[in-house]
Structure formats: structure tokens, C-alpha cells
Design a binder for this molecule. Structure first.
Ligand code: GNR
Ligand code: NI
Length: 188
């Protein structure tokens, strides 16, 4: 497993349209393992493959990433001592995801993106969706989603179409965000 570099706006690779996964092989499993490691390290609650430069329709989401400030818990069993993070991880993989019947009802959420670091803005999206996707074995799943899961899945699906959350803002707000990003980068 490896932490991969996260591409940042205005990198043109983030505008690519990702292609469907056809091979459910070890290379896909390695990509997903690396995406989880990269996402937890960042830390973030979701990551699309294109954010690490791979234009495939693959997403990972964990709405409960470990709290980086939490003290690791030490526990003893089987005669061994080991540590683990007190918050529970809920890793989810979505291959070739689709959104079905988005609700008329919309919701606003103050979004951020690992590819647009330190910029946050309110984005409006359908409140509820039905999602269909494949797992690492190619098996099809379908589920209704709401709240943060619906928001995050839609944010990640946008990445597959080369869309960033700032593309949902007015041109003025988007330009302000990109200017701020440029300034932050120069200061770093
Ligand atoms: O870590 C992330 N947080 C977040 C907050 C609100 C809405 C969407 C997100 S996803 C983001 C990680 C990321 O950039 N995924 O593409
Ligand atoms: Ni993002």
C-alpha cells in the first residue's frame, strides 16, 4: 500500500472524464487500497481515483475517518498488546457508480475538496438519491442515500465527470476561490 499524491486545481487532469472499470483485478484492488490510505492520511471523507491521477470510475468514502487527534487505545488480547483508533472506520468502495432518481428537494452543504485545499463553499444538491454501483468483485449494489452520504457521493461522482465543487459556484465566487488557492500556494 502507498500514499499517492493528490492532484490540486487547476491541474488539467482533474477535468478528465473517467472511464468505466472493466477489469475487476488485483490492480483495481491495489488502487483502492492506496486510495483509502491516501484519503485517511489527508484526511478526507471521500476520494475519487482521478484525484490521484487515475481516470477510472472508482470512489472510496468513509464518513467516519479516524480522528487524527484521538489517543490510540491500547488493548491486550491473545497475549499481545496492540493499539487501535477509538473511532470506527466505515470504508466503502463504489465502482462504476450511477445516480438514480435524485429528489426534487435540495440541500445546502458547506463543501470542501482535497483537490481545492482550504477552500469551503455552500453547494446545493438533491437531498436524497438512489445509487447503483459495483463492488471490487463486480457485484452490483443499489441503495437509497441521504444526508452526508448523498452529498459526498454526488461530490465524488462529479469528479468522475471532471467537475469540482467550485464549478457549482458563480463565476465570481469560483475565481475568488482559485485566486485564494493560488495565494495560499505561494505562501506555502
Ligand atoms: O473530505 C472531504 N470533505 C467533504 C466535505 C463536504 C462535502 C464533500 C466532501 S468530499 C472531501 C474529500 C474530497 O475532495 N473528495 O473528492
Ligand atoms: Ni473532492
Amino acid at each position: 500500500m502507498a500514499i499517492r499524491e493528490i492532484l490540486e486545481a487547476p491541474d488539467p487532469r482533474l477535468k478528465q472524464i473517467s472511464t468505466r472499470v472493466e477489469q475487476f483485478d488485483d490492480e483495481l484492488k491495489t488502487l483502492v487500497a492506496d486510495m483509502f490510505e491516501t484519503m485517511y492520511d489527508a484526511p478526507g471523507i471521500g476520494l475519487a481515483a482521478i484525484q490521484v491521477g487515475v481516470p477510472l470510475r472508482v470512489l472510496v468514502i468513509d464518513l467516519q475517518p479516524d480522528d487524527p487527534d484521538a489517543e490510540p487505545e491500547v488493548c491486550h488480547h491473545d497475549g499481545h498488546e496492540h493499539t487501535h483508533q477509538p473511532t470506527k472506520r466505515e470504508p466503502r468502495v463504489f465502482v462504476n457508480p450511477e445516480i438514480l432518481d435524485p429528489s426534487e428537494e435540495r440541500t445546502l452543504y458547506n463543501e470542501g475538496c482535497l483537490s481545492v485545499p482550504e477552500i469551503y463553499a455552500e453547494v446545493e444538491r438533491p437531498s436524497r438519491i438512489r445509487a447503483r454501483w459495483q463492488d471490487l468483485d463486480g457485484k452490483v449494489h443499489e441503495e437509497e442515500m441521504d444526508d452526508l452520504m448523498a452529498i459526498c457521493l454526488q461530490h465524488e461522482m462529479d469528479h468522475l465527470e471532471g467537475i469540482l465543487f467550485i464549478d457549482h459556484l458563480s463565476r465570481l465566487k469560483r475565481q475568488m476561490a482559485l485566486k485564494k488557492l493560488e495565494k495560499l500556494r505561494k505562501a506555502a
